[in-house]
Design a protein around this ligand. Sequence first.
Ligand code: COD
Ligand code: ZN
Length: 374
Amino acid sequence: DTSGKTITCRAAIAWKTGSTLAIEEVQVDPPKAREVRIKMISTGICGTDDHAVKGLLSLNFPFIPGHEGAGIVESIGEGVSSVKPGDKVLTLAIPQCRECSSCLHPKGNFCEKQDVLPSSGLMLDKTSRFTCKGKKIYHSFRASTFTEYTVVPEIAVAKIDAAAPMDKVSIISCEVPTGYGAAVNSAKVTRGSTCVVFGLGGVGSAIVMGCKASGASRIIGVDINEEKFPRARALGVTDCLNPHNLKKPVQQVVMEMTRVGVDFAFEAIGLSDTMIAAWDSCHRSYGICLMVGVASSNSQLSLNAPDIISGRTLKGVCLGDYKTRDCIPQLVTDYLQNKINIDPLITHQLPFDQLHKAFELYHAGKTIRCILLF
Ligand code: COD
Ligand code: ZN
């Protein structure tokens, strides 16, 4: 029984900006009050983790990356009531405290106790549960899933169906709600509508799935890596555009293709230029533009101010606007009941110790999602 004891296990540490991850032996403290220690079973590699390791998101180093995790509760701290040892759970990059302004508002989901913007890398009591070689190691995004064991606040844990296949459902922790949820829950894509999706990686592919499931009749996919096109087409993209092969700016091409602009535009890359292109692809009166990609810290977005008045909607969205603990377990159940199929979003599965190979595949643009298995 490991409950109440420090656990020594393997974890990937980002020691400094831009350095390759190092698999190290770490000490994981027991959970304090209202905290949960989780034995990780699988974790996805999300674009946000790569941004974080590269130092684009102003996180404290050294830290343990990863936020897209599925695991089993190993032990709980005092006062934890929503999960117990043995429960299957997902980690939540955006918690749901049920007490803050966002949580109490019917539409809000960006809980005040999130640790993405800004990121302290610490637990809610401002301390860390990780040590390596005597050094304090920071957490990331209330999760830190690139480790055999992690500790997270209870408000950042969702208990899921006991029948969930744990080698797959980790992507329902981020990629699926972020992408699919942006389309079906946040934008509420309508039947017969026209959509454009910038970025056909993991998140963009999940957006395409959501647009298709909502009955969109035309889905334009934009990516600079044409290797992403066949899979995107299989998921529902009707027209693929590579901005590098166009003679005009991509938004102008989308305008010409649709004559009036799209009903729904999604940005899933995290760059100002593609955010502007998405905005400029929308119908100027009723178009809805959703910003899904996480942009680099301190980057700015510059829009033509007089154009704003024509009526278009610009909306940021995180985790599909879902209140995470309330809604994410239902996505797992929907998957188990064949109401959504997440399988096409998973292209690779590798053991945790092949983390470097997984990142190489990601950097080479070969993956939609690679899941690491512990
Ligand atoms: N034009 C077109 N396509 C591009 C361009 C460009 N200039 N640059 C890159 N791309 C393509 C890449 O070829 C790739 O296919 C895709 O964009 C990006 O996909 P991935 O697979 O690298 O990344 P994802 O899909 O896992 O993540 C998307 C982001 C990198 C934007 C990531 O930051 C993100 O949005 N994550 C979801 C939000 C999130 O993590 N929320 C939780 C914390 S709040
Ligand atoms: Zn909250």
